[in-house]
Design a protein around this ligand. Structure first.
Ligand SMILES: [Mg+2]
Length: 287
């Protein structure tokens, strides 16, 4: 009996030490981190998966609608002239639209790191991004309908090879003899604002849909203040849910940086205060 108890205690201790060796921390060692809930939601929840599947299910319906309507374009600012008979294309953002980088988010929060181009590029080179639910299936469906898929991403041109290989392994269409990866800085004038790259696509294609996770994937006015972004959003209202489809991404984006004037050099505490101050709040129960 005693021997059995010791044995049980031994296996508990062994399990504990394995757990700790694998990077487990005690509850009091989990530091407060703004990324925790958003990362948990996107990486682990069925609710996120349901959101993504819903967007891509709608994308499929809208694609069919757009194919049948030659006057339809998802690039109102760039699509000029007689575009009705141009071959069809869709514009897709990559990160948090088609592929999920929550492993990088989780690495940042567990190692008390903030985003840096250096660690991000190492992450891209690892080619461990996963497919967003529904993204591969939608992409293959569009491809099967003869629609060209253009990836307009703010991943730097230096990451193109790894991004292509990562996405190819996941099953995304690669574009055949057309270069469909329009990375940031790949050509002069291709900065983080995406309109100049959309204009390249609209020269030869009719754009049926634009799919992204950030306002900047659709409108170059994303870098304004919260008030300016809201105004720009209202002027685009007719496109949402039709030519433009947005994946949810609470982990990062211009919604966050707008609160502190997109000033990445601002100390972290000041960035957090700006977000805190931006919130509208209930007065609370009567005393
Ligand atoms: Mg994105």
């Amino acid at each position: 009996m005693i021997a059995r108890k010791f044995l049980a205690l031994g296996s508990i201790l062994a399990a504990l030490s394995t757990g700790l060796a694998a990077g487990a921390v005690r509850a009091q060692e989990v530091a407060p981190n703004d990324l925790l809930l958003a990362t948990l939601w996107t990486q682990r929840s069925v609710e996120y998966r349901a959101n993504a599947l819903t967007v891509f299910a709608l994308a499929r319906l809208r694609l069919d609608e757009a194919l049948a309507d030659k006057s339809w374009t998802a690039a109102p600012g760039e699509q000029k002239g007689d575009f009705q008979n141009l071959p069809p294309a869709v514009i897709l953002d990559v990160d948090e639209t088609l592929i999920d980088n929550s492993l990088y988010q989780a690495w940042m929060l567990k190692n008390n790191q903030t985003f840096s181009t250096k660690t991000w590029n190492v992450f891209c080179a690892a080619q461990v991004s996963r497919a967003i639910p529904g993204a591969v299936e939608f992409s293959k469906y569009a491809d099967s309908k003869g629609v060209k898929l253009f990836y307009i991403t703010n991943r730097d041109a230096s990451t193109e090879k790894d991004t292509r290989e990562n996405m190819q392994k996941l099953g995304f269409p690669m574009g055949g003899n057309v270069d469909t990866f329009l990375m940031q800085n790949k050509q002069q004038g291709w900065g983080s604002a995406k309109s100049s790259r959309r204009a390249v696509v609209t020269k030869d294609y009719r754009v049926l849909l634009n799919v992204g996770d950030n306002f900047g994937d659709f409108d170059d006015r994303y870098r304004g203040s919260e008030a300016d972004r809201a105004k720009a959003f209202d002027s685009d209202l007719a496109y949402w849910g039709k030519q433009w489809l947005m994946l949810p991404n609470p982990t990062y984006g211009s919604f966050d940086t707008a609160t502190y004037g997109h000033d990445f050099k601002k100390p972290l505490a000041e960035q957090r205060k700006a977000k805190w101050d931006a919130l509208e709040t209930w007065v609370g129960p009567k005393q």
